[in-house]
Design a protein around this ligand. Structure first.
Ligand code: HPA
Ligand code: ZN
Length: 348
């Protein structure tokens, strides 16, 4: 039998909550800064990494937007996306649905197409080279106003063939989903899938708003749903997936300690949760490291833990915006993988 770490390493997985700008590793940031003749306000890679000490979401967002400033050309966005693909191609990641934040770039004078073309062409290459399927989800920055979100939606319309959905991210508290009700209605009319960050720092009411007003198909994070029994019942009834991000939650102090992470409770309640990495360059780990971080909480024996890991990986595919046939194919990959594990002789 494989160890838990080995089991996670080979387990076929999907990633559904990943901000591509959050994969910007300090080494690449310095390299692109030099290429674009930009001076970073940090002396070295080490000094930059040291600044990744956050006590809440806003601390992180300030640094995240500063980091983005280095991204200027289509090649930069390609290189950023390619670096992420190279990493996760070694983690048995089979499907990804990635967020990007166009407003963070357009407001700096970078064309929407420069961003989208760079990200998309890397993903096309990743499908060819690593057989990782993908979708792109455009997020609205919730600290900006409705008008800006409408403008951003307009920019996306000519590119519907390359953008599968819209989401909502950035500073949650004080920017409830209701602020974007009309933008999301229009996005749905245009045929986009809809998701939103809700209940990361914000109250359960924001999750209700995301469901009732934005009509989201998945909730990103959703941690605070556990504070409201009626909301949990609703999420169960409607089988709404929660894209949970364990290392993000500890780095941003959404949970005080990984030992108290709500994921085991979510699974116990029957919620359709799965594991994601959110902003791996800032939070200390990609997808496998997130699975590893919570695996000790998933049971008392390796057998129990592996069953939960299989459930999490299955949820990652069944919650994806892919066809039923594709879901079935990925679930079969998982089933085949779990059989190889039980066929291996014990190593003790
Ligand atoms: N929360 C909200 N907005 C974000 C995040 C996050 O974790 N990462 C990038 N934008
Ligand atoms: Zn996020």
């Amino acid at each position: 039998m494989q160890t838990i770490k080995e089991f996670i390493a080979g387990l076929p997985k999907a990633e559904l909550h990943l901000h591509i700008e959050g994969t910007f590793e300090p080494e690449l940031m310095f390299e692109l800064a030099e290429r674009n003749r930009i001076t970073l306000p940090f002396e070295s890679v080490e000094a930059l990494r040291k600044a990744y000490d956050f006590s809440e979401l806003q601390d992180f967002l300030d640094i995240y937007y500063q980091g983005m400033n280095v991204l200027r050309t289509e090649q930069d966005f390609y290189d950023l996306t390619w670096a992420y693909l190279e990493k996760v191609s070694k983690q048995a990641v089979r499907h990804i649905e990635i967020f990007f934040d166009p407003q963070g770039h357009v407001e700096r004078g970078i064309a929407f197409e420069t961003v989208l073309n760079g990200i998309h062409s890397a993903l096309v290459q990743g499908k060819k080279e690593f057989d990782i399927s993908f979708g792109i989800i455009m997020c609205f920055l919730r600290h900006l106003d409705e008008e800006d979100a409408f403008k951003t939606l307009d920019s996306a319309l000519p590119h519907k063939d390359r953008i599968i959905g819209v989401g909502l991210d950035s500073s949650e508290i004080g920017h409830p989903p209701s602020k974007f009700q009309r933008v999301f209605a229009r996005a749905r009319d245009e045929g986009f899938h809809v998701v939103a960050h809700a209940g990361e720092e914000g109250p359960p009411e924001y999750i209700y708003e995301a469901l009732d007003l934005l009509k989201v198909e998945r909730v990103d994070h959703g941690n605070t749903s556990l504070r409201d029994e009626a909301l949990v019942q609703r999420l169960l009834r409607e089988e709404i997936p929660l894209t949970v991000c364990p290392l993000s939650n500890t780095k941003l102090c959404v949970v005080d300690d990984i030992k108290n992470h709500p994921l085991p409770k979510m699974l116990e309640l029957g919620l359709k949760a799965m594991i994601n990495s959110d902003d791996p360059a800032y939070f200390g780990g990609y997808l496998n490291e997130n699975y590893e971080a919570v695996s000790p909480l998933l049971g008392s024996t390796d057998q129990e833990k592996k069953e939960k890991l299989l459930l999490l990986a299955s949820n990652s595919f069944t919650s994806a915006f892919i066809s039923e046939a594709e879901k079935e194919q990925y679930l079969q990959e998982i089933a085949a993988y779990s059989q190889t594990d039980s066929r291996e002789p014990a190593q003790e």
